[in-house]
Design a protein around this ligand. Structure first.
Ligand code: S3P
Length: 456
């Protein structure tokens, strides 16, 4: 039985058109935006955040922080894009029990990080989310948080809806991550903030370090040691005095990836994307594209909000297939869908292995990308942990209608491919992109992209 189509969905189609040109700025970094609100809520005094991503995911975290006692308000638009927000926090250990269920929408990061916070508070909170989030595994956070002393009651497989009863007497743990996940690392560290003693997280492969950077920015003591095998040991001293601090959120490299790849694929294009965060633990896609022969240059390199940023210039390029080293996965985990779209237009094989985590993102991204690309005429093999895509050195035929299954990055990847593929590509619902990239369609149209709403 197939579900009846949602009468409010917004189908969209992309077609080849003119070359892309001009300047654009992408919304604020999603990872940093969630954390900015959370850290602001744990500080005494006012935290000003500029450039905050005002996507659905981050707004859910804002609502959760409000529900637990913080004041969170939008002051207006930021000059650099995004929003200017003010958070008036309650201090570490000062959150209060939410009066209702916390609905985290589509946001895995919001759900897992906020669960970490609740774990070391003496109250109960119930978490739920949309159909995509309710399918995603939470055992990866409930397992270490149980060791701290929190108690979880959830559905089979640790799925949402899930109740967390935090502990009044949290224990500092030493935890080695079984999967390379910044969300799990951050959940444990956030629980460690209201825990006496030193909480230690060992990550065999480094993952994005925005939590560690912001912990320091707010005055916590965090020691990071690099292991002989390239991993990291992070030690957080619990119950610090948090100082409210201003945060300037850079543009999200994971969002910049979409217009950037569109410019590489559409003949004659040259675009500049301003103010993109270039934290080295986030730039695996840009490195991979350069290895594929992409003409990408960084200008105006500087620092903003404690993170390296630059403007990125991307020009149409003839791409060739490459083998992506599996150890690069954590630094480009959200970028594989758009890499697959680029690989579908490249000459030769692109080999991606060691990316099994893609099966538990907002959707099973290996399955949906393989299915959609095949429907567009792309030759590929799907493995449990990756794809091998055999590009022909030109865009595929396209023409497919893609079911996005509540996954924003699947939607944007196929719209980008549709701008290059001969017969374009369509998606079933453009609303899903509001989770991370509100205004994606307008931004692409502003650069000359040929995107239009579909009649049902
Ligand atoms: C994120 C970590 C990654 C990433 C997600 C954001 C974060 O998830 O996919 O979009 O902000 O910590 P995992 O930690 O599950 O890999």
């Amino acid at each position: 039985m197939t579900a009846a189509p949602d009468p409010h969905s917004r189908p969209y189609r992309a077609r080849p058109g003119q070359a892309l040109s001009g300047h654009a700025a992408v919304p604020g970094d999603k990872s940093i935006s969630h954390r900015a609100l959370i850290f602001g809520a744990l500080s005494v005094g006012e935290t000003r955040v500029t450039g905050l991503l005002e996507g659905e995911d981050v707004l859910r975290t804002a609502a959760a922080m409000r529900a637990m006692g913080a004041e969170v308000e939008r002051l207006g638009p930021s000059t650099a894009g995004g929003g200017e927000w003010r958070v008036w926090g309650v201090g570490i250990g000062g959150l209060s029990e939410p009066a209702d269920v916390l609905d985290m929408g589509n946001a895995g990061t919001g759900a897992r990080l906020v669960m970490g916070l609740v774990a070391s508070h003496d109250f109960t909170a119930v978490f739920t989310g949309d159909a995509s989030l309710r399918r995603r595994p939470m055992g990866r956070v409930t397992e270490p948080l149980s060791r701290i002393g929190a108690v979880f009651t959830g559905r089979r497989g640790g799925r949402l809806p899930l109740a967390v009863t935090g502990t009044a007497h949290p224990l500092p743990i030493e935890y080695e991550l079984p999967v390379a996940s910044a969300q799990v690392k951050s959940a444990v560290l956030l629980a460690g903030l209201n825990t006496p003693g030193i909480t230690t997280v060992i990550e065999p492969e480094p993952t994005r370090d925005h939590t560690e950077n912001l912990l320091r920015h707010f005055g916590a003591s965090v020691a990071v040691e690099t292991t002989k095998t390239g991993g990291r040991i992070i030690r957080l001293t619990g119950q610090p005095e948090f100082r409210a601090a201003a945060i300037d959120v850079p543009g999200d490299p994971s969002s910049a990836a979409f217009p950037l790849v569109a410019a590489l694929l559409v003949p004659g294009s040259e675009i500049t994307i301003a103010n993109v965060g270039l934290n080295p633990l986030r730039t695996g896609l840009f490195m991979t594209l350069q290895e594929m022969g992409a003409d990408i240059t960084y200008t105006n390199r500087r620092e903003a909000g404690g993170e390296p940023v630059a403007d990125i210039v991307a020009r149409h390029s003839a791409l060739k297939g490459v083998t992506v080293p599996p150890e690069r996965a954590p630094s480009m985990i959200d970028e594989y869908p758009i890499l697959f779209a680029a690989a579908a237009c490249a000459a030769g094989d692109t080999v991606v292995r060691g990316a099994k985590e893609l099966r538990v993102k907002e959707s099973d991204r290996l399955m949906l990308m393989a299915r959609g690309l095949k429907a567009c005429g792309v030759d590929l093999d799907e493995f449990e942990d990756g794809l091998v895509i055999r590009g022909r050195g030109r865009p595929p035929q396209g023409g497919a209608a893609i079911a996005t299954e509540l996954d924003h990055r699947i939607a944007m990847s196929f719209l980008v491919l549709g701008m290059a593929a001969r017969d374009g590509a369509a998606i079933d619902d453009a609303r899903v992109m509001d989770t991370s990239f509100p205004g994606f369609i307008a931004l692409m149209q502003g650069l000359g992209g040929n995107l239009a709403a579909e009649n049902r």
